[in-house]
Design a protein. Structure first.
Length: 353
C-alpha cells in the first residue's frame, strides 16, 4: 500500500480527517459521530455502487460504439459532451474509492481506483489520493492544504502580494479567468499524474505507469482508427476541456470563499475545521447527480468514508447538531455558490488592480 493510500485510509476509516486518529471521546464531534453510527450511515453500500459502476461502464461502451458507428465525421464531436459527463462519473467513483466509501478493503479500493482513474481516465490515483488526503486533513489551511497553495491561482492577499510578471496579471484577473482556465484542467490532471510517478515506490510506479500508458494507447488507437488525425485532435481537446470544466464546476463550490484557518493562531477541533471551511449546495436529485454528492461537502468532510448515498440522509443530523452547539452551517444554491467563490477570488486580486 502506498503512503498516499495509507494516509487516505487513516482519514477515511473512522470518520475523521485527522491523520492522528479519531476525535477524543469528549470532543464536540463525538456525539454527532455516535448519532450517525447509530443510524447505520457509515455502513457500506457495495450493491448500490456496483449497480452505478456497471451502468456507467455500459454507458461508456454505448458512446464508444456510437463513435465507431458514426465513423469519420465531424458529427462525432457531439459525442464529446456525453463522454465528458461519463468521464466525470468515472472520476467520482475513483474519488469514492480513495475514501473507502465503496468497500472497506484496501486492496479492493485501490483496484477500483486504479481501473477508474489510471486506466479509464489516464489519471494517477496515487497522486490524487495523496493530494486529497492532505486537503481533507486541513481544509483551507494555506500551509497544509494543497488546494489553497500558490499555483496558477492564489487564495489570500498575502499570496497575491508575492506575484510578479505574468502571474501578477493572472491574479489581478483570476476571477474572470477561473472558468476558462478550467478548460485546461482535464489535460493538467494527466500531466500531474505522470509527474507524481517519481514519488511512488518502484513497484507501484510501474503499475500506475503501465495503466496510464494503456489508457493513452487505447484512446489514441480508438480515435485514430475511427477519425482522421485532425478530427481526433479536435475531439480530444473538446473532450478534455469539457471534462475539466465539469470537474471544476463540481469542486469549485466546496471551499472557495469559506473560512481559512489562521496558521499561527486558530486551533480548531475536527468539527470546526471541517464545518467552517466547507459549503453545502442545496438541490434535489439532479444537483446530487451533477455534483457527485459533493454538494454535501460538510457531511463528506466530517465523514469521508460515508457512502455517497448516505450523505443526504446525514445532512439533517449534522445541520441540527451544528445549530444546537452554535456552529454556522453554510448552505446555498448552486449559482450563489459560484458567485461567492468568484467574489473571493476577485477580492484576493483587488490590491493588485
Amino acid at each position: 500500500m502506498s503512503q498516499a493510500t495509507a494516509t487516505a485510509a487513516a482519514s477515511a476509516g473512522d470518520g475523521s480527517s485527522e491523520r492522528t486518529g479519531p476525535p477524543v471521546a469528549g470532543s464536540d464531534f463525538a456525539p454527532l459521530l455516535r448519532a450517525v453510527k447509530g443510524q447505520g450511515l457509515l455502513e457500506r453500500r457495495a450493491g448500490r455502487y456496483a449497480c452505478g459502476i456497471a451502468a456507467n461502464l455500459v454507458a461508456l461502451s454505448g458512446v464508444i460504439t456510437a463513435l465507431v458507428l458514426l465513423g469519420d465525421t465531424w458529427w462525432s464531436l457531439l459525442l464529446a459532451f456525453p463522454l465528458a459527463v461519463l468521464w466525470t462519473r468515472t472520476a467520482f467513483v475513483a474519488h469514492d474509492a480513495g475514501h473507502f466509501q465503496i468497500t472497506g478493503g484496501r486492496k479492493a479500493s485501490r483496484l477500483i481506483g486504479l481501473i477508474h482513474a489510471n486506466l479509464l481516465l489516464g489519471m494517477n490515483e496515487a497522486w490524487w489520493n495523496d493530494k486529497h488526503a492532505r486537503h481533507h486533513a486541513n481544509p483551507n489551511h494555506v500551509d497544509k492544504d494543497p488546494d489553497v497553495g500558490v499555483g496558477a491561482l492564489v487564495w489570500t492577499q498575502k499570496q497575491a502580494a508575492q506575484r510578479a510578471g505574468f502571474a501578477r496579471w493572472l491574479t489581478r484577473n483570476q476571477a474572470r479567468l477561473f472558468f476558462p482556465m478550467l478548460l485546461l484542467e482535464g489535460i493538467a490532471l494527466k500531466v500531474y499524474g505522470f509527474q507524481f510517478l517519481g514519488r511512488q515506490p518502484a513497484r507501484e510506479r510501474v503499475l500506475s505507469a503501465l495503466l496510464m500508458a494503456a489508457h493513452l494507447a487505447l484512446y489514441a488507437t480508438l480515435l485514430l482508427t475511427v477519425l482522421s488525425p485532425g478530427k481526433a485532435l479536435v475531439l480530444t481537446l473538446l473532450l478534455h476541456a469539457l471534462f475539466g470544466l465539469h470537474l471544476g464546476l463540481a469542486f469549485a463550490p466546496n471551499h472557495k470563499g469559506m473560512e481559512m484557518p489562521d496558521p499561527d493562531g486558530d486551533r480548531w477541533g475536527h468539527l470546526q475545521r471541517q464545518v467552517l471551511t466547507s459549503r453545502n449546495v442545496r438541490g434535489a436529485i439532479l444537483t446530487d447527480w451533477f455534483l457527485g454528492g459533493l454538494n454535501y461537502q460538510i457531511e463528506h468532510h466530517l465523514f469521508p468514508s460515508m457512502p455517497r448515498p448516505h450523505l443526504r440522509l446525514a445532512q439533517p443530523l449534522v445541520k441540527e447538531y451544528c445549530r444546537s452547539i452554535g456552529i454556522p452551517y453554510a448552505e446555498t444554491g448552486l449559482i450563489e455558490s459560484y458567485r461567492q467563490a468568484l467574489t473571493h477570488m476577485h477580492e484576493v486580486g483587488e490590491p493588485l488592480r
